[in-house]
Design a protein around this ligand. Structure first.
Ligand code: SF4
Ligand code: SF4
Length: 472
């Protein structure tokens, strides 16, 4: 029985409800009156239920689709402005006991090099990341209680936060590790993590069990209820995602929104972020063996409708996507992207040799961080290295209420300007510096509050003189 308030996986992600929703969407694919009514509702910019949102996703009418895309752009602009937050993944270890059939780290893959970074190696990677200009990392690790126990993850987080190289600092560590216990989530919370990220991979239980034939991840309920345990442990920023291509995207889309509705219904806080990875080629993995791959047009529509359905949730796209696709989805709702990424264990400090490749997936955007920053600015986006909310206690429901009241932009804009300035002073190439300085002058004019604007101008001056980490 479907019940968003239940904490049982099969009740809040209810198979029957999902199938019913898809059927309802298929029956109404040509129902223009209904689609128009839902677009009007969506224009209130307060989000949509999974039942309403799927109607927009399956809409085939070109004119109405134009309205849907425009609305996604408007919502993005109104909630977040033009800032795009940058981050990098850092893979700690690819030892893994699970059997995920779509991931090269699965336990039966005997030819991929297995690596686990020592604290010294992590230190070198973090210095290399700081020297690129990164301030925000997402750490990743396979699940292996012997090789990667929670103590290893905690020690690594401590190491990462402790490194202060030149003007560099990692100010926010988001964590993407396997589903774990409330006790371990409490430890992660106490270690000062930002967002806890866990991809559901697929919401379809039957497919999930087939795609995860062995290892602890096989347990669908334990995996699906992970965010509940994280919330119970005090982590109030959680990041959802599915791996598009494993299952029918309509199923995944509905499951994803139901998950968001569940978190909101039970904890009063929806997901902090939603990631939209698509399956990619990797060692031992041929994406063509997964028949549910979605094309670029469908992908764009997905991003746009997720943006409309959960306006208050940050949306992330990684270097799985190429430059063109990233450009298209930035417009439609993405608010955070990775840049200069390595998806191997190590590789920032010293590139891996070809025969030692430990990548989790093929990267489709190989540009440096500086190139990505410059590209964003040329597209009129404001690249941001801001991590202020966590340090200022704006997490969970406090963040959500500011965001839902369309006020977060008042923090994001000045913080983006100041962190971009840090980047320009410390790390940027000459071309990027020139573009960035011009952009900053324009962006300052968008700060409505004169007092705040003057404070930002004075902080920019202090940044040039060597001070760091100003925030609102
Ligand atoms: Fe292990 Fe995660 Fe890869 Fe599965 S997806 S094999 S859990 S690293
Ligand atoms: Fe993110 Fe908060 Fe910074 Fe805005 S102010 S970019 S929401 S950390």
């Amino acid at each position: 029985m479907y019940n968003p308030k239940s904490t049982k996986a099969e009740e809040f992600i209810n198979n029957e409800e999902i199938l019913k929703t898809i059927k309802y969407a298929q029956e109404n694919a040509e129902n223009k009156d209904l689609i128009k009514k839902i677009i009007e509702k969506a224009k209130e910019k307060k989000g949509l239920s999974h039942k309403d949102a799927i109607i927009l996703l399956t809409c085939k009418d070109e004119e109405l689709n134009g309205e849907i895309f425009k609305l996604a752009k408007d919502i993005k602009e109104e909630y977040y402005g033009n800032r795009i937050v940058l981050f990098a993944p850092l893979y700690l270890s690819n030892y893994c006991v699970n059997g995920c059939t779509y991931c090269p780290y699965h336990a039966k893959n005997k030819h991929i090099p297995r690596k686990k970074m020592t604290q010294e190696e992590i230190r070198n990677e973090v210095i290399a990341l700081q020297d690129m200009g990164h301030k925000r990392l997402a750490i990743e690790s396979g699940e292996d209680p012997v090789n990667n126990p929670i103590e290893y993850i905690l020690e690594s987080i401590k190491t990462i936060y402790s490194i202060k190289h030149k003007n560099g600092a990692i100010r926010r560590v988001n964590v993407n590790i396997a589903a774990t216990t409330v006790e371990n989530y409490k430890k992660l919370h106490d270690a000062g993590i930002g967002t806890y990220i866990l991809f559901q991979e697929t919401y379809n239980k039957e497919s999930y069990e087939k795609l995860h034939p062995t290892g602890p991840k096989h347990n669908y309920a334990y995996h699906t209820e992970a965010m509940d345990r994280a919330m119970q442990a005090g982590i109030d920023d959680v990041g959802l995602g599915v791996l598009f291509g494993l299952e029918n995207y309509l199923y995944e889309f509905t499951g994803l929104l139901m998950h968001a509705e569940h978190l909101e219904a039970v904890y009063g806080v929806g997901p902090h972020t939603i990631s939209v990875p698509r399956i990619r080629r990797a060692d031992d993995i041929d994406p063509n063996t997964f028949s549910n791959a979605i094309d670029d047009e469908t992908f764009k529509k997905l991003v746009a409708v997720i943006r409309i359905a959960v306006p208050y949730t940050g949306m992330i796209v990684s270097t799985r996507e190429n430059k063109e696709c990233r450009k298209a989805v930035l417009e439609l709702g993405i608010s955070q992207i990775s840049g200069g990424s390595k998806t191997s264990v190590g590789g920032y400090y010293k590139p891996e040799k070809e025969d030692e490749d430990s990548s989790q997936f093929e990267v489709n955007d190989n540009r440096t961080l500086d190139e990505v920053v410059n590209w964003l600015m040329e597209l009129n986006y404001l690249p941001s290295f801001c991590t202020a909310c966590y340090g200022s206690g704006r997490t969970g429901d406090r963040f959500m209420s500011i965001c839902k009241n369309l006020q977060i932009h008042n923090f994001c804009l000045p913080n983006a300007i100041m962190t971009l300035k840090e980047y320009l002073v410390d790390y940027a190439s000459e071309t990027t510096k020139q573009t960035g300085e011009k952009l900053i002058l324009n962006e300052l004019e968008k700060i409505n509050d004169e007092e705040r604007k003057q404070l930002v101008i004075s902080n920019l001056d202090k940044i040039v003189k060597g001070e760091r980490n100003f925030k609102f």
